[in-house]
Design a protein around this ligand. Sequence first.
Ligand code: ZN
Length: 100
Amino acid sequence: MNHLVTCDCCGNEFYVMVRERVIDKEADNVIQTYIRCPVCHHEYTISYVNDTVRRLQRIQRDIRMSDNENPRYVEVQYNINKKRIKQEMENLKNKYSLKD
Ligand SMILES: [Zn+2]
């Protein structure tokens, strides 16, 4: 994942280097994933995740990595998890992006 992006603020082109930092330890370990322009230091948030999201993502990975075809109830659970992750990340985004 080494692609070039253009900074909206200063027009500089730079290679994406994804960074992570804990922004709220108290609230379920919220981690912000972001990139930063090396020239003007403007930061662009990619996503926010917390422990709940990470736990669900691990489960999703396990389901996807299983060699056998999954039973129906696992597929149902997969779709429920998927919605849950989306919802949770949306909530985090709404909560934390205002503080940027
Ligand atoms: Zn810039």
